[in-house]
Design a protein around this ligand. Structure first.
Ligand code: GLN
Length: 484
């Protein structure tokens, strides 16, 4: 096994036993990163010197008797999360070469634990999209088939982990942006409960939905990385004072007797036959392990997508008002006056999808339409939360495919925004309800990975991860991308 193929856990064992040093591991990851990058284009910024310096520090800590599980492990960070010394662009022209003067709380956590941040990964501009094609910088390819998208918006983070360019990565998920690319790239992606992980230093898209979470090679790594970033942060008033259990200890569980609900609204017609087949096979495996699977109906999920596409753009239109060329990033040249400067900066700086969201959101929030659109969508959101509450009275977890299809060809959906929005039909409900949800690979359909989504009760990441680990062990998905 090559060093770049290691998981966090395996790398940690080798580092602690001194079989390998962090400098060696980081050098291997960086070599892999450079070798594969022309094909995959996952990174917007690579911090090779910084990473090697951090690796040297990690080796000193290791020599003094070790430390946390992330110590000395190369990790990538989505480029909408602020890290000192590296640009944060959100893959937008409007941020120019903005370098944040502070770290996101999750980056502080990585630094505290001695992780080695190797660089910043590509995304759909401001995390708006499902394919990473909305990046103003470059198009990231899926390591399984470089003619296809890696999913989005955390496409760079998913692709780089699948391709072995980093051992794990952080992404953000507002409507599926961790789980959908994880599914397309054959890796594990977890969106934590809203409020479990601090959003301080994450460039806001839709503040009531955004969460940061791990993209990893397996479920064990997901638990390790979640443990490092979870926790109350005084700098984010929506983060909750919740004492996390030991997530890795929760992995070792049987699923005998565990009740799995299968929402029929998330497994209907329109799903690719290969996806349906693999999910059905996985359900059979769950039953073989003693899990009880039954169908359940959450009727309001039918309205999740339309509600999301009012709420998320409404919040985005407000959040993105701060990009005016005055305080951050780039400013248009030679404006006639202040208003002209605002208008030209925003017209030149934002890409078409971001402009579409700002217009949708501004309209939905405007006087006279507010109640009809935003107010109505918030009511639907409440009904969805109630539907989940009722379902969780009867079930421990809910399962579905993560996405209706496998990774689609680059360019296949760029002409039709609505078609692109439909990629998130299974992932959006968890964001609206604020519940945790993970995607794990369960096999290949026509050579491309398929993900199973497992959703749980608020703050019940332990059960979600435990069920995921039991299924992962049984499925034993060991295929590797063609680019490797
Ligand atoms: N694809 C969805 C959107 O475009 C979700 C994005 C996300 O989770 N950041 O809004």
């Amino acid at each position: 096994m090559e060093l770049f193929e290691l998981s966090i856990k395996q790398a940690g064992e080798k580092l602690k036993s001194k079989e390998v040093s962090s400098v060696e591991l980081t050098t291997a990851a960086l070599a892999r990163l450079e070798a594969i990058e022309p094909k995959v284009k996952a990174f917007l910024h690579v911090s090779a010197d910084g990473a090697l310096a951090r690796a040297g520090e990690a080796d000193k800590r290791l020599a003094n008797g070790g430390g946390p599980p992330l110590l000395g492990v190369p990790i990538a960070v989505k480029d909408n999360i602020c890290a000192v010394g590296m640009p944060t662009t959100c893959a937008s022209k409007i941020l120019g070469d903005f370098v944040p003067p502070y770290n996101a709380t999750v980056v502080e956590a990585l630094n505290r634990d001695g992780a080695v941040i190797v660089g910043k990964t590509n995304l759909d501009e401001f995390a708006m999209g499902s394919s990473t094609e909305n990046s103003a910088k470059q198009i990231t390819a899926n390591p399984w088939d470089t003619g296809r998208v890696p999913g989005g918006s955390s496409g760079g983070s998913a692709a780089c982990v699948a391709a072995g360019q980093a051992i794990a990565a952080l992404g953000s998920d507002t409507g599926g942006s961790i789980r959908q690319p994880a599914s397309f790239c054959g890796i594990v992606g977890l969106k934590p409960t809203y409020g479990l992980v601090s959003r301080y230093g994450l460039v806001a898209f839709a503040s009531s939905l955004d969460q940061i979470g791990p993209l990893t090679k397996d479920v064990t790594d997901s638990a390790i990385l979640l443990q490092a970033i979870a926790g109350r942060d005084p700098a984010d008033s929506t983060s909750i004072d919740y004492q996390s259990p030991d997530y890795t200890a929760a992995l070792d569980r049987e699923i005998k007797g565990l009740r799995f609900g299968l929402p029929k609204e998330l497994f209907g017609a329109g799903f690719q036959p290969g996806v349906r087949d693999l999910i059905n096979q996985t359900i059979a495996l769950i039953e073989k392990l003693g899990g009880q699977v039954s169908e359940v109906s959450l009727p309001t999920l039918e309205y999740a997508l339309p509600a999301y596409y009012i709420i998320a753009p409404a919040e985005a239109s407000s959040n993105l008002a701060r990009f005016d060329g005055v305080r951050y990033g780039r400013r248009s040249v030679g404006p006639t006056d202040m208003v002209d400067s605002y208008m030209r900066t925003r017209a030149e700086g934002f890409g078409p999808e971001v402009k579409r969201r700002i217009m949708l959101g501004t309209y939905a929030l405007s006087a006279g339409y507010y109640e009809a659109y935003y107010g109505q969508a918030q009511k639907v959101r409440t009904l969805i939360i109630q539907d989940f509450k009722q379902a969780f009275d009867r079930f421990d977890v809910l399962i579905s495919p993560t996405t209706p299809t496998t990774a689609f060809p680059i360019g296949a959906k760029t002409g039709d925004p609505l078609e692109m929005y439909l990629s998130d039909i299974c992932t959006i409900p968890a964001n609206l309800a604020g519940i945790p949800a993970i995607s794990i690979p369960v096999g290949l359909a026509d050579g491309l990975p398929v993900g199973l989504q497992i959703m749980g009760k608020h703050f019940d990441e332990a059960t979600v991860l435990g069920a995921a680990r039991a299924i992962e062990a049984e499925v034993s998905f060991t295929d590797r991308p063609n680019t490797l």
